[in-house]
Design a protein around this ligand. Structure first.
Ligand SMILES: Cc1cc2nc3c(=O)[nH]c(=O)nc-3n(C[C@H](O)[C@H](O)[C@H](O)COP(=O)(O)OP(=O)(O)OC[C@H]3O[C@@H](n4cnc5c(N)ncnc54)[C@H](O)[C@@H]3O)c2cc1C
Length: 421
């Protein structure tokens, strides 16, 4: 294991997909004197258990830019850093139950086309052609996004880490940051392995970002939700179809009912954003444990029953499959559901890249944006919707964060202008 250096230009706290992408992009910009400190093992926060969906769709210009950039980065990353990984670009069908939803899709199509993407709005014949197992009751049409896909989040993180290490950056694992202080215009970052002096610090601590923020005297506006997906056993009909076609089904998002359904090998992965949702670690009686690395919450399937029944009616072959695994993990939310990327409010030479609800899809783009903030003091795209300074201090009140986080989670797919993904 590499020892802790005594100095660095930049220290990143947190080795999930966002921290490693930030490190990779800083190195790409020529800032290689950077050190990433990770409390446990890389990916041990939210990243290891993520489903790995990488959509480009958003009704926000900045989020769409970040997600589009991620898909472009991920396509070439394995070769660029010589680290093979599983990235399936399957396309997706986002289903519309109403004319208003179709209108929303037309808007997203326009925005996507302007960003150079081939997004299209399609009718039910095309939906059925691309997804022969679907029942089209109550549907008006869909948005087809050819660049949607899924990636292995752990492999992605390791690939970014390898790329950064190869350019000269250092990653120190099992090295929790326990405090920071300002001394002679520099930051001194403390860990059980010693101290490290640096010019700039970045909080990329995921769902622990509030804890790290407090070391800087900053109350990060955030809370933590429980989010689940269900994996199903192999479906022989799907296995046969995939073999015959030579490719997987596109991912389905039924945004009006509020779930996604994705082919996972020859089975399925169902991920609802349930209205009847659940916050975690939200009260004094339920504090965040000191360590939750590589851990999950207990299954809570009752909450998902309605979505499961709807998905089986939509794709009846799902009803023939046994359930193989439930993943229920922590996912952080800011009061508007967008991540925090940019200068840490009121704190010199400190930045945030944290509180990602879609960190796998946005991680690539977020690394680019963060590196621009640090090395150039500005970003290529308008990133105000993700700028930590968009919130004033009232937004950090815990009750407010919990109430807004739950509202946003339950409306994750509701559509513009309520929600953007
Ligand atoms: C069930 C589930 C499914 C999901 N599916 C998807 C999906 O399909 N697509 C998608 O885009 N997103 C998905 N997400 C969300 C995604 O997992 C997160 O947005 C993403 O992993 C966040 O990455 P991160 O790097 O910001 O945080 P994390 O992965 O949590 O990394 C933060 C790291 O900081 C470290 N750390 C914390 N405190 C300290 C400290 N004091 N010192 C040093 N290190 C510290 C932690 O150990 C951790 O490794 C899903 C989430 C859940 C729960």
């Amino acid at each position: 294991m590499a020892g802790l250096p005594t100095t660095a230009r930049v220290v990143i706290i947190g080795g999930g997909v966002v921290g490693t992408s930030s490190l990779y992009h800083l190195c790409k910009a020529g800032w290689t004197d950077c050190v990433l400190l990770e409390k446990n093992e890389l990916t041990s926060g939210s990243t290891w258990h993520a489903a790995g969906n990488v959509p480009t769709f958003s009704s926000s210009w900045s989020l769409m830019n970040m997600q589009r950039y991620s898909t472009e980065l991920y396509r070439g990353l394995a070769d660029a850093v010589d680290y093979p990984m599983n990235y399936h670009v399957t396309g997706s069908l986002r289903l519309a139950h109403s004319n208003e939803r179709m209108q929303e899709f037309q808007r997203a199509k326009g925005m996507g086309r302007y960003q150079g993407m081939d997004i299209d709005v399609v009718g039910l014949d095309e939906v059925k052609r691309r997804y022969p197992f679907i029942e089209t009751h109550e549907l008006k049409g869909a948005l087809y996004d050819p660049s949607d896909g899924d990636i292995d989040p752990a492999q992605l993180t390791q690939a970014l880490a390898k790329g950064a290490r190869d350019m000269g950056a250092k990653i120190i694992r099992f090295c929790p940051v326990t405090g920071v202080r300002r001394e002679n215009g520099e930051w001194v970052v403390t860990t059980p392995q010693g101290e490290i002096r640096c010019e700039i610090v970045i909080n990329a601590a995921g769902y622990r970002a509030a804890e790290v923020g407090r070391m800087f005297g900053r109350e990060v506006p955030m809370m933590v939700m429980s989010h689940q997906y269900i994996l199903f056993e192999e479906i022989p009909e799907l296995a046969a179809w995939t073999k015959e076609q030579g490719h997987k089904l596109p991912l389905l998002r039924d945004v009006d009912t509020s779930y996604y359904l994705r082919q996972e090998k020859s089975g399925m992965n169902l991920g609802p954003y349930e209205r009847n949702c659940r916050a975690h670690w939200a009260t004094h009686n339920d504090p965040m444990p000191e360590d939750f690395s590589f851990q999950l919450f207990p299954d809570d399937l009752d909450r998902l029953e309605h979505y499961l029944a709807d998905a089986v009616a939509r794709v009846p072959i799902l009803g023939t499959a046994g359930l193989s695994k439930v993943i229920n993990g922590p996912i952080p939310y800011a009061p508007d559901g967008n991540p925090l990327i940019g200068p840490m409010p009121g704190v010199p030479n400190a930045f945030e890249a944290c509180v990602f609800t879609f960190g796998i899809a946005q991680g690539g783009g977020a690394g680019k944006v963060l590196a621009e903030w640090v090395t150039e003091g500005q970003t290529e795209w308008d990133m105000w919707s993700c700028d930590p300074r968009r919130f004033t201090s009232f937004a950090s009140a815990p009750d407010y964060c919990v109430a807004k986080g739950m509202e946003i989670y339950g409306n994750e797919y509701a559509g513009w202008p309520v929600r953007r993904l």
